[in-house]
Write a protein that binds this ligand. Sequence first.
Ligand code: SF4
Ligand code: SF4
Length: 166
Amino acid sequence: MIRVSADFAKEVKKRLGGETITNCYQCGTCTSSCPVARVTNRFNPRKLIVQSLRGKRDDVLTGEMIWLCCSCFNCQERCPQRVEIADLIYALRNIAISEGNVPNIYSEFVSALYSEGKLVKVAGFTEKQRENFGLPPLKKPDVEAIRAILAETSFGEVLKVLEGKE
Ligand code: SF4
Ligand code: SF4
């Protein structure tokens, strides 16, 4: 059974970044400008918008499409209706995150940033290679300072949502 949420477009419009969703008239310029859509048919910004406008809330928020945008803003610069597409995708991601719908790779990045101050651990091999090339060792990140910045952006709340997922 396909579930439809009639108010989903209104919900998105109220979010920061989602305000312009109802300007879309489905011309497809965004999709034809999109480097991700060029390499995979798993992503199509025009389709993502029409699904949202039609209230396919569950499909949009639990699907992979919102996570495939690489935020290049090509679409946003070219949209004749001034739909802020990349920002709109951030708004959809924020709704998905608040409901605990996020791919594991992102939750791993979030946890690593909070605990180590880095998204990806630098391997011992890389450190050794730096030494071989005469490069100085990498500086250790100031984890406490990073946490203080994250706290100011409500990142801790996001972390709690993601940890509740496990
Ligand atoms: S370019 Fe703008 S108006 Fe055209 S489909 Fe994309 S978002 Fe909609
Ligand atoms: S911002 Fe996202 S949707 Fe827009 S063109 Fe770039 S990858 Fe595609």
